[in-house]
Design a protein around this ligand. Structure first.
Ligand code: PLP
Length: 429
């Protein structure tokens, strides 16, 4: 909440009133704080400084070109999971040599593009993928730098949809398979194994899974080196949790505290792939109330941001704090606990205009009285927000604005109806 804060009763992003942004750019509107991105990157660099870290910002959390440019300008590397994301990174001026490429289903075409671009590491998720990368690399006359993605079999105790490091996950390989695969890599001329990769899940709010994963990583680096692989990178993925409700996350320094001493023993450089922990609390979604309505005992606030703009509540029961952009007298300007009774509020369902019962941003949420035209802020919307937006119900996607100090830059204009119909009209008739 440092970069988004209330002055008196008005929400600000850095030095700009949110209401002014909504008036100028319309709603629904994603608003990002540049300082929040940059400060978080610096915090990661300093917490893990002993491991000469390379932060590879996870592009899938928020892939806006303006943000990628900002991050590249501050020395960030990138974690991509598709050819499209790699294309974005390059358009934004990001360095492929600081970019790692993950994903369970890389196509030959994507592998070729990434090889030609010169990515730093392929994070390899299966034996079949090893063979595919080897074949493409040999055809290109190069050696592909790879890391095996290993499942340390830890339960990160997060939502089941975002847990990835367990044995039965579709991602990566278990330790025994990885060791066998590492043997076979020795005979593949198109591959050079220079790293080890783990990514155990997302929104992880305790340090224990990282302590466990780091210990497994250190053991494995030893064994891989014993086979003759020159391992120089330990890539521990992303997954650090953030505060959605308030108070549930751990400071980055606490994760570093359990990881650094173990990983330092390996002599590897640390690569990491944080997405949510950089972008999540660096963005809010602003919406405007269209109608209020009562059905039986239930009160609804129908506002112009819908599940197509932010699907986390519908998809994985994601909780987002929601509070008025201008707080009325009689309500606290920023409640400590959004789930406890709050003076001057009543429970309301915050819903959008999409024709689905799953179209809600919050249910039974304590909110001050709102009226048609009022603005609401949906917090912690910087990660897995706009990137998952769709055009369902033929709704143009929201605009995105990047704020730095008292300057606001439009980094994605609002879509028009013609943008939506373009690909359907652009066909032989
Ligand atoms: C999604 C993903 C990340 C980022 O996860 P966060 O929880 O947003 O930090 C990092 N690495 C890989 C391989 C991913 O798939």
């Amino acid at each position: 909440m440092d970069h988004f804060h209330y002055r008196d009763r008005d929400l600000y992003c850095e030095d700009l009133p949110a209401a002014e942004l909504a008036d100028r750019f319309g709603t629904p509107l994603y608003v990002y704080s540049a300082s929040a991105f940059v400060d978080r990157l610096a915090e990661l660099h300093s917490a893990f400084a002993a491991l000469d870290p390379l932060v590879c910002y996870s592009v899938k959390a928020n892939s806006n070109l303006g943000l990628l440019k900002l991050m590249a300008g501050h020395g960030s590397g990138f974690d991509v999971v598709s050819g499209g994301e790699l294309y974005r990174v390059r358009k934004a001026g990001g360095a492929p040599s600081k970019t790692v490429f993950a994903g369970v289903g890389k196509t030959d075409e994507e592998i070729r593009e990434a090889l030609r671009a010169g990515v730093m590491l392929f994070n390899v998720e299966s034996e079949a993928e090893l063979e595919a990368i080897d074949a493409v690399a040999r055809a290109e006359g190069v050696k592909a730098p790879i890391a095996l993605r290993v499942n340390p079999d830890v339960d990160p105790k997060t939502h089941r949809y975002i847990s990835t490091g367990k044995k039965e996950s579709k991602f990566g390989m278990d330790v025994d398979r990885a060791l066998l695969a590492a043997e076979s890599v020795l005979g593949m001329r198109g591959l050079a194994m220079t790293g080890l990769h783990m990514h155990i899940g997302s929104q992880i709010t305790s340090t224990e899974p990282y302590a466990h994963a780091s210990a497994r990583a250190a053991e494995l680096v030893d064994r891989l080196r014993g086979m003759g692989h020159e391992i120089t990178w330990c890539n521990m993925g992303g997954g650090f949790g953030i505060d959605y409700r308030g108070g549930e996350s751990r400071p980055i320094a606490e994760f570093a505290e359990v990881m650094v001493p173990v990983l330092r023993e390996t002599g590897c450089r640390l690569a990491m792939e944080p997405g949510r922990s950089i972008a999540g609390n660096a963005g809010v979604l602003l919406s405007r109330v269209i109608f209020t309505k009562q059905s039986g005992d239930k009160r609804f606030v129908i506002q112009d941001a819908a599940m197509n703009d932010l699907i986390r509540p519908a998809l994985y029961e994601g909780f987002h704090r929601i509070w008025p952009v201008r707080v009325p007298e009689g309500s606290p300007s920023w409640p400590d606990d959004f789930e406890a009774p709050i003076p001057g509020t009543e429970p309301r369902d915050v819903v959008g205009p999409v024709c689905e019962s799953g179209d809600f941003l919050a249910k039974d949420r304590a909110l001050p009285p709102t009226a048609r035209g009022d603005l609401l802020a949906v917090f912690s919307a910087g990660a897995y927000g706009m990137v998952m937006a769709s055009n369902y119900n033929t709704r143009p996607r929201a605009a995105e604005v990047l704020v730095q100090g008292s300057e606001a830059t439009l980094v994605r204009r609002r879509e028009t109806y013609d943008d939506l119909l373009g690909p359907e009209l652009d066909v032989p008739s």
